[in-house]
Design a protein around this ligand. Structure first.
Ligand code: SF4
Ligand code: MG
Length: 275
């Protein structure tokens, strides 16, 4: 049994999340990963943007920073760049990471900077009132798409992979144990890692789309997930409306802060040779 209580900042609790919100399940799964890896709390930095999920940074007993909307990755990049020894984990939502922060997301992936990004993905802007995000599925309803979303959503995994992320995975709140294992691997990857964590928002998304209470939304996650290995054998039609869970991508590429350190060493060597 993981002892994750030590990672909670109890004076900041109770949390603000609605009953049945998936954010707490994702947060607990993430903390179990930190516990499994026995990360040094003093050398671990949690950076969050703005939104329901991003409030999580305030509940945790690490070095934490709650930043501006969409900008978590810019702060995280600066922190990692200033001290590459730190474990830097970003907590963000689907709107935060792919709309306001979309540009930062693709460039962090392109640089392959050693940051783990956990996207608490509830398909909606929860905190600001249930507006569509770039991950809201087509035909789903939101306060900004009352007749159904006509825009196509991003496939966040494909986006991250195409932009250069070296570790990409997905699980849901229902698959919390798998989520922990994937976050462990994401943190272990020396490069930019993305874990798409599907979390139910019974208030902002569930009510609008008549999905029922949290239990029903968790059941939906259970019924509509396909494990990556099984998905590889299915046709696009068979995968329609489903989501794929597990490890989706793992590759090797030079890491940004390591490359920068090499550049500095090379320049210092050249300078020393000239003296
Ligand atoms: Fe969770 Fe949705 Fe409530 Fe935000 S609005 S706390 S995401 S249930
Ligand atoms: Mg959201």
């Amino acid at each position: 049994m993981a002892n994750i209580e030590k990672y909670l900042r109890k004076t900041a609790l109770p949390h603000i999340w609605c009953p049945g919100c998936g954010n707490g399940i994702v947060l607990a799964a993430m903390l179990r990963a930190v516990e499994k890896l026995d990360l040094d709390q003093k050398k671990t930095v949690i950076v969050s943007g703005i939104g329901c999920s991003s409030r999580a940074s305030g509940y945790m007993n690490f070095n934490t920073i709650h930043t501006a909307h969409g900008r978590a990755l810019t702060f995280a990049t600066g922190i990692k760049f200033a001290n590459p020894e730190l474990n830097v984990i970003v907590i963000t939502g689907d709107g935060d990471s792919t709309a306001i922060g979309g540009n930062h997301f693709i460039h962090a992936a392109r640089r392959n900077i050693d940051i783990t990004t956990i996207v608490f993905n509830n398909n909606i802007y929860g905190m600001t009132g249930g507006q569509s995000s770039p991950l809201t599925p087509q035909t789903s309803k939101s306060t900004t798409a009352p007749y159904g979303q006509i825009e196509r959503p991003f496939d966040i995994a494909a986006l991250a992979i195409a932009a250069g992320a070296t570790y990409v995975a997905r699980a849901s709140a229902y698959h919390a144990a798998m989520l922990t294992d994937l976050v462990v691997k994401a943190i272990q990857n020396k490069g930019f890692s993305v874990v798409d964590a599907i979390a139910q928002c019974p208030i902002g998304f569930g009510r609008k789309n008549k999905m029922g209470a949290a239990e029903k939304m968790l059941q939906w996650q259970k019924d509509n997930a396909i494990v990556a290995q099984a998905a590889a054998k299915l046709s696009p039609e068979e995968k329609q409306g489903k989501f794929i869970i597990g490890e989706l991508h793992h590759s090797a590429a030079p890491e940004y802060t390591a490359e920068y350190a090499k550049l500095i060493a090379r320049l210092q060597q050249q300078k020393g040779g000239q003296a």
